[in-house]
Design a protein around this ligand. Structure first.
Ligand code: NIG
Ligand code: FE
Length: 414
């Protein structure tokens, strides 16, 4: 048995009672904390915490956290970190005036990444994703959801999912896998949607389910990608194979994907740069049921920054009594960064979220959006000790205030 004592913590923040699975509405403004605190880890689990005066005398390892905050590590519930190459030439195209849609129409975008992925070995994909994960860890991330979706063929999608499985096995971070075969129609299926849907639904889904290669199913529900009706079919098939939906919706256009996702009991609806009153109503209809039945809205402000598209209207969502999670969307096309600290700053600056709200959104609500809220996302007895120890900071607001800095001194994983 190994014990680690963190003592003299300036503020231990993000404390929740056992069983609280998400935070929503006005509650999001509260981050429960203890000033001048200790926290004891035993065998990787939060064993005890409280006022520093009550700290145990000894432990196998003692960490002095004078002047520092201790928080739950970030749970990044939406990423695409398995990819080949990079797309900085599209970045330059964008600077020169082309839009995301125009770049995609010229064979750039997701199809560009799919072409490169087909030419890259599993080993190389693993290695580059591993480096990204390590970078994310040093920025305070302790759990990551990773999507397929640059394979776009039977072989390519399985290749990506096998890489994610290996990351799960080898990394100490908590990882969840999402099947996003419905990310874009490959060029040869542009006018033959049925042909591609057949590969996804009849060939890939059964083997993915059999081999346990994915935890969730995702669809990019968007004009020129997958319609609401196609999304409906894909989610239904995914659910039949035991995969809960987490869906890309309303990034550029509102197609009705939120309602479809809620109908299939989606775990999350992500992007929401645009959101209608009906969407809010659809998300609220589950309020009143046990909160662990809710669909979590997830905002991706790094994508809004990078593509210069609107930010998700967080106030409209939270002030309607809903929860909200934040994630990076780390991917080569629309958000080439896995930095949750920057995401938090962007949400404060551009979405009028308070520092307490962004921390709730990036910890417990992020954990919920990847179905790990029972083991991660808050300072709770018995949860896994995935923690951030910050650099010395004057107050909590200092974390999102210092945008572009890394306020994390150390990320503890278990
Ligand atoms: O979440 N919107 C769809 N998928 C990604 C972008 C993927 C890409 O451009 O490679 C996203 O933004
Ligand atoms: Fe995404």
């Amino acid at each position: 048995m190994k014990s680690v004592l963190i003592r003299k913590i300036k503020s231990l923040a993000g404390i929740r009672e056992t069983g609280v699975c998400l935070v929503r509405g006005a509650e999001m403004k509260t981050l429960h904390s203890i000033e001048n605190a200790f926290l004891l880890i035993e065998n990787g689990v939060i064993k005890n915490f409280g006022r520093n005066d009550d700290a145990p005398e000894r432990a196998d390892e003692v960490i002095d956290a004078t002047g520092k905050f201790v928080l739950p590590a970030w749970c990044d519930s939406h990423t695409h970190i398995v990819y080949a190459g990079s797309r900085e030439s599209e970045f330059v195209d964008k600077i020169n005036g082309l839009s995301y849609e125009e770049i995609a129409a010229r064979g750039g975008g997701i199809l560009n990444s799919a072409k490169r992925l087909a030419e890259t070995s599993e080993e190389e994909l693993f290695e580059s994703a591993w480096q990204r994960l390590e970078g994310m860890r040093s920025n305070g991330t302790g759990a990551v959801e990773i999507k397929s979706g640059y394979g776009l063929s039977y072989e390519g999608e399985l290749k990506m999912l096998r890489v994610i499985r290996k990351l799960k096995e080898k990394s100490s971070l908590t990882i969840k896998a999402t099947f996003l075969g419905a990310h874009a129609y490959p060029a040869q299926f542009k006018t033959n949607h049925e042909g591609y849907l057949k590969i996804l639904l009849e060939e890939l889904l059964p083997i993915i389910a059999d081999e346990g290669l994915a935890d969730f199913i995702d669809v990019f529900c968007e004009e020129n990608y997958f319609s609401a009706a196609e999304t409906d079919r894909i989610l239904e098939a995914g659910v039949k194979h035991g995969l809960q939906p987490k869906v890309h919706v309303n990034q550029f256009n509102i197609l009705g994907g939120v309602g479809v996702s809620v109908k299939h009991n989606a775990l999350s609806v992500d992007h929401l740069e645009h959101i209608s009153d009906e969407d809010i109503v659809a998300l609220k209809t589950v309020v009143g049921l046990p909160t662990n039945n809710m669909t979590m809205p997830v905002a991706l402000p790094g994508c809004s920054l990078f593509l210069k598209i609107p930010y998700t209207p967080a106030r409209k969502i939270i002030d309607a009594g809903l929860p909200l999670a934040l994630a990076t969307d780390f991917n080569p096309g629309s958000a080439p960064s896995g930095n949750m600290n920057l995401v938090n700053s962007l949400a404060c600056i551009n979405m009028s979220m308070t520092p307490e709200e962004v921390i709730n959104a990036s910890t417990l609500n992020g954990a919920y959006a990847m179905n790990v809220e029972e083991e991660l996302g808050s300072i709770t007895l018995g949860k896994k000790a995935n923690l951030i120890i910050t650099k010395p900071v004057s107050s909590l607001a200092m974390l999102p205030y210092s945008f572009g800095d890394n306020p994390v001194a150390r990320t503890i994983i278990g």
